[in-house]
Write a protein that binds this ligand. Structure first.
Ligand code: ATP
Ligand code: GLA
Length: 514
């Protein structure tokens, strides 16, 4: 993560260069028509698919995503006044003018209750300004005010599809603001660090997986993204199998708006795992840093402390999988012992208050004062099980890759089984799947997928399938006939080609100067 975000002078990094040339030319043309000037550069950030390890990044456990080719690009040209105009090739995102604050410290208001795309843009504006003020990079400090610009966005990442369109969009916005204000070089590490919190400004308490993947992606390499001891993204190649491994992504076409549904879905998970961690700390007398998004302990923090403080073992550095695997297995037993049958189906606020040893007022303030949450019961046992077992599966996947001895079939079966069991726990313990996603997974497994699971936040969106080049045609036609043509009989050929996509690990965010 030490290298800089690249500036490229051609677009040969795409697999279909001709198609992308047409796309960039058409965005350039539309930009000139709309704003009467030519764009000076494009900022660009891709979506991502997560292979395994879901809803564990905000608990500080490592995940295995990769950047993919679909992306958000923005054509940009500076203007002389202090207004940013954002427009979009997608008609559902209307043109918006954003007047820039007169003073550098003035607040940039962002609507958290019902954020529009302009609010997501402002997330990038806010983090870019903060970075420039703190680092002195660029010419903002000398100029004393942000520079206005014209922007035309064009995105191919489906929105609300689990492939991180929002992260790609916020990163493209951030990069645009930085470049216009004279930041010609920024490290991938810094860009990752500043954009990880973008969506917190629209009220989503996300972890750091999406931004890490979008910025650090490399051609043909998946990423091991870790959060402890510090945020890092290490690119590596999965074993070359014969027949060749293929990741197919199929969109359930059930849109999941993460921010709108956050109180009962995403943010509620963040609160439940925070309570879960504090209960473990309390029960086992652990003294743990409060470094979660909401200022509580994390399931990773109490995991580490359980082994060092309670069992007197050496600290785990997070990389040695032969140490991490048995510890996570042990932790799953600890969870089993902590909750009896009556508590496994969810507990009341009163019970959770007692288990965390807080008074009701303090409980409310600690967990419910950050953002709204809606629930009838707190699913502490289920979430703890999900987090520790999906974190275990990430390490088990790494172990299968490390132990690859040339037996492609065994590799695919073992990784596929881990993906399948991740999906089962996503459904039963994290409750983040949907009937449609489950149906696609089941259908795929019968038709050439070695393992299929909902990717990203879930509650709809996309499924990632592990298959081979040989089995791909059977899988695609089964999904087409038995899912898309059945439930979306009027789906066009173009929509279908966007719903079922073969995805190779692709290059991360960049500035395109063509
Ligand atoms: P996930 O994080 O689960 O992968 P997602 O990021 O695709 O899902 P959301 O978190 O719901 O979906 O964010 C979608 C929002 O991001 C859109 O409603 C819009 O505000 C913004 N957005 C994403 N892509 C674009 C784009 N190309 N143009 C404008 N706004 C976009
Ligand atoms: C969303 C969030 C990520 C991560 C995933 C679930 O994509 O933005 O931080 O939590 O959901 O794994």
């Amino acid at each position: 993560m030490t290298s800089n975000v690249p500036t490229v002078h051609d677009i040969t990094f795409y697999s279909n260069v001709e198609k992308q040339e047409t796309r960039y030319a058409s965005v350039k043309h539309a930009f000139s028509e709309k704003f009467g000037v030519s764009p000076e550069f494009f900022s660009r950030a891709p979506g991502r698919v997560n292979l395994i390890g879901e809803h564990i990044d905000y608990c500080h456990f490592s995940v295995l995503p990769m950047a993919i080719e679909v992306d958000v690009i923005a054509a940009i040209a500076a203007r002389k006044d202090n207004i940013i105009t954002i427009a979009n090739t997608d008609g559902k995102f209307g043109t918006v003018e954003i007047p820039l604050p007169q003073h550098l410290g003035d607040e940039i208001p962002i609507n958290k209750d019902s954020p529009t795309w302009a609010d997501y843009f402002k997330c990038g504006l806010v983090v870019a300004r903060k970075y420039m003020l703190e680092s002195g990079n660029g010419n903002l400090c000398e100029r004393g005010s942000l520079k206005g610009f014209f922007a035309l966005f064009d995105g191919t990442v489906p929105t609300g599809g689990g492939l991180s369109s929002s992260a790609a969009f916020c990163i493209a916005a951030t990069l645009a603001v930085l470049r216009v204000n004279g930041v010609t070089a920024i490290s991938k590490a810094d860009l990752t660090k500043i954009t990880v919190v973008c969506e917190h400004y629209v009220g989503l308490s996300n972890g750091g997986m999406d931004q890490s993947a979008s910025i650090n992606g490399e051609d043909l390499k998946v990423l091991l993204v870790s959060f402890k001891p510090e945020l890092s993204a290490v690119p590596f190649k999965l074993p070359a199998t014969d027949p060749e491994t293929v990741f197919l992504i199929s969109n359930s076409l059930v849109t999941a708006n993460k921010t709108e549904t956050a109180p009962q879905n995403y943010n509620l998970r963040v609160v439940e795992v925070a309570i879960a961690a504090d209960i473990i700390a309390q029960k086992h007398g652990l003294n743990v840093a409060k470094d979660s998004n909401i200022g509580t302990t994390t399931l990773r923090g109490v995991f580490d402390a359980y082994f060092t403080q309670k069992l007197g073992m050496d600290a785990w550095d997070g990389t040695d999988i032969d140490i991490g695997i048995p510890r996570l297995e042990k932790m799953l037993n600890v969870i089993e012992e902590m909750y009896d049958e009556s508590e496994r189906d969810g507990i009341s606020v009163e019970t959770a208050t007692r288990l965390t040893n807080l008074d009701p007022e303090m409980f409310e303030k600690t967990y419910f004062s950050h953002f709204p949450v809606k629930f009838s019961k707190l699913n502490i046992y289920r979430r703890s099980r999900h987090v520790y077992s999906d974190s275990l599966r990430v390490l088990q996947t790494l172990r299968v890759a490390r132990n690859f001895s040339g037996d492609s079939e065994a590799f695919l079966r073992e990784v596929g089984a881990l993906m399948d069991s991740s999906q089962q726990l996503t459904r039963e313990m994290n409750q983040a799947s949907t009937a449609q996603c489950d149906e696609i997974c089941a259908l795929a497994r019968k038709n050439g997928s070695f393992g299929s699971r909902v990717t990203g936040a879930g509650f709809g969106g996309c499924i990632v399938h592990l298959t081979t080049v040989e089995k791909l045609p059977q899988l695609v036609s089964a999904l087409t006939e038995n899912y898309y043509e059945k439930y979306f009989p009027r789906i066009s050929a173009e929509e279908l080609s966007e719903a079922i996509v073969v995805s190779k690990p692709a290059m991360g965010a960049c500035i395109v100067q063509i």
